[in-house]
Design a protein. Structure first.
Length: 216
């Protein structure tokens, strides 16, 4: 297929970029990410919901780059912690912690708790420079493991135990994860409507400005 349309992934998270690129492989899109451009302003993710943050990132990046942008806002919701870390999943415990340090913090919060029910939630927002956007969301139910298991994935994958497969997300293959994960489900909805999405993007992208010559 000819890659006749550019789509910017509004993230620098290499784990997310790799997953999304894998899902959209073979589609007529030129996939870009923020690292493909020069320094760009950052957007403050201060929304109270995944949907607010996803739209804020997608619309901001789309406006400053003049291209359609796809943003993912996702996180881990733990029932016994009142939904934490939730929208703060990527900043849980502080902005500069590693994935391992965040997992260690979560395990310390879960110490001695019997209820280990949790879910990964994902909202995808596809925005164009004029501000319109499409939204896709999905959820994957699981449990918080007693200790990290597996070496794959990223974020909280080593702690997220998925009962139907009897493994954590860090123990399964990318192909398996694509079928059951929160991000996989949301991206599958996006892919199922792909032809309509292309039409929607073309309809809502601003027309290129004409550059004329000034004569004397």
């Amino acid at each position: 297929m000819k890659n006749d349309m550019s789509l910017v992934l509004a993230t620098r998270n290499r784990g997310k970029i790799k997953e999304i690129e894998e899902y959209l492989k073979g589609y007529p899109l030129r996939i870009l990410c923020l690292d493909d451009f020069g320094p760009t302003p950052s957007v403050e993710e201060d929304g109270e919901t995944f949907e607010e943050n996803a739209y804020k990132k997608a619309s901001f990046v789309s406006r400053i780059l003049g291209l359609p942008a796809l943003a993912d806002d996702s996180g881990l919701v733990v029932e016994v912690l009142g939904g934490a870390p939730g929208v703060f999943s990527a900043r849980y415990g502080g902005d500069h912690l590693t994935d391992k340090e965040r997992c260690d913090k979560l395990l310390s919060e879960m110490d001695g708790r019997d209820n280990r029910t949790a879910a990964f939630q994902c909202v995808l927002s596809l925005a164009v420079p004029t501000g319109q956007a499409l939204t896709y969301e999905a959820r994957c139910e699981g449990l918080i493991a007693e200790k990290p298991r597996g070496t794959g994935g990223f974020g909280y994958d080593s702690l997220f135990y998925y009962p139907p497969l009897g493994k954590t997300f860090a123990q399964i293959t990318q192909e398996e994860k694509s079928l059951v994960s929160h991000r996989g489900k949301a991206l599958n909805e996006f892919k199922e409507e792909f032809d309509k999405v292309l039409i929607w993007i073309r309809r809502h992208m601003p027309a290129p400005e004409r550059q004329g010559c000034l004569g004397t």
